[in-house]
Unconditional design. Structure first.
Length: 56
C-alpha cells in the first residue's frame, strides 16, 4: 500500500470512521492529479481484482 501511494504522488494518507461517517485525508504533491488518480485506480484494480475500486 505504501508503494502504491508513493507511486501516485500521495503523502499522509489516512482513513477514519467517526459518527457514522467515513473520512479520508491525503496530501497530493504531484503535477498531474488526473493521471495519478487513474494510475491509483489501475493499481487497485490489478491488486484486488476490482473488489474495492470504483471507476467513478
Amino acid at each position: 500500500m505504501n508503494t502504491m501511494i508513493k507511486e501516485c504522488n500521495i503523502a499522509n494518507y489516512s482513513i477514519y470512521f467517526k459518527n457514522g461517517y467515513l473520512f479520508s485525508y491525503y496530501e497530493y504533491y504531484g503535477y498531474n492529479y488526473q493521471d495519478d488518480m487513474k494510475k491509483w485506480l489501475r493499481i487497485r484494480l490489478f491488486n484486488d481484482g476490482g473488489q474495492n475500486a470504483s471507476p467513478s
